[in-house]
Design a protein around this ligand. Structure first.
Ligand code: F6R
Length: 254
């Protein structure tokens, strides 16, 4: 795992954008995440697009997950959210920004079709990830098989609580989602996980230094040959080997 520790969330966004633009300009298939953490990176990418430093015209994108039971037109569906916060502000071809069909009549079928669509596109070159306070990635909650495929998942009460800020109240938060599985995510050629804030620090410690465990789904990154984790100091604050990671980052052999 490559661990980059930056002073502030703004610096995390810049470091992540530096990696992402190389893929976009090469016309890569991009895996996108929603939630609050990547928003600063999306704003940075939009600014670079406006300065003509990056184009998404040759890229396609797959989202990590989608709530079940929300219409695509619902402002909190991830289909709508990614367009509002990012893809509609740059030159993405809208039809090439795909997400699991959360409002499908047959969720199992929609999940299998999504895995298939990713495969048909030749796989994901770089998958952006956030991490839940309980260690989830995508909506793979604790106890998810490390080899799981895209499927219907029941949201953990902590996730429902964490995401209530986007809804009128906790009761309006969907209880189910379609999520890329941990096996699906692991097939992306490069994983790029961002985390900021102290509320992520124990999940980050478990992901990086804890045992490989379905109890911390993000620990599956330990098995990936190319995983980059970019943290601010708060999110990195519980890492036992903090000083070593900083040293490695500052003294990379070229
Ligand atoms: C979002 C997703 C989630 C979030 C995670 C962190 O598509 O799959 O795993 O990345 O819940 O959310 P934030 O960034 O809002 O703290």
């Amino acid at each position: 795992m490559d661990i980059l520790i930056r002073s502030t969330p703004a610096e995390v966004a810049i470091a992540a954008a530096d990696i992402f633009v190389r893929y976009a300009n090469a016309g890569a298939t991009l895996g996108l995440a929603t939630g609050s953490t990547p928003v600063a990176m999306y704003q940075e990418l939009t600014a670079r697009y406006e300065r003509q430093e990056v184009s998404f015209a040759r890229s396609r994108a797959f989202l990590l997950d989608e709530y079940v039971g929300l219409a695509r037109s619902h402002e909190q569906s991830y289909y709508s959210t990614i367009r509002r916060v990012f893809t509609s502000h740059v030159d993405f071809i809208d039809e090439l920004v795909q997400s699991p069909e959360g409002d499908a009549a047959d969720s199992d079928r929609a999940a299998a079709a999504y895995d298939q669509a990713i495969r048909h596109a030749g796989g994901i070159d770089i998958q952006l990830l956030g991490i839940g306070g309980n260690g989830h990635i995508g909506f793979n909650e604790p106890s998810s098989s490390l080899q799981s495929r895209t499927r219907l998942e029941t949201l953990h009460p902590r996730t429902v609580q964490d995401n209530a800020r986007f809804f009128e109240n906790t009761d309006s938060v969907p209880r189910y989602a379609l999520t890329q599985g941990l096996g699906t995510i692991s097939e992306a050629r490069h994983l790029l996980l961002l985390a900021t804030g102290t509320e992520k620090s124990s999940a980050v410690r478990d992901m990086v230094e804890g045992p490989l465990s379905a109890h911390c789904p993000a620990s599956v990154l330990q098995l990936h040959p190319r995983a980059t984790v970019i943290l601010d100091e708060d999110a990195a604050s519980q890492l036992e080997d903090y000083e070593y990671y900083r040293f490695v980052d500052e003294h990379r052999p070229h």
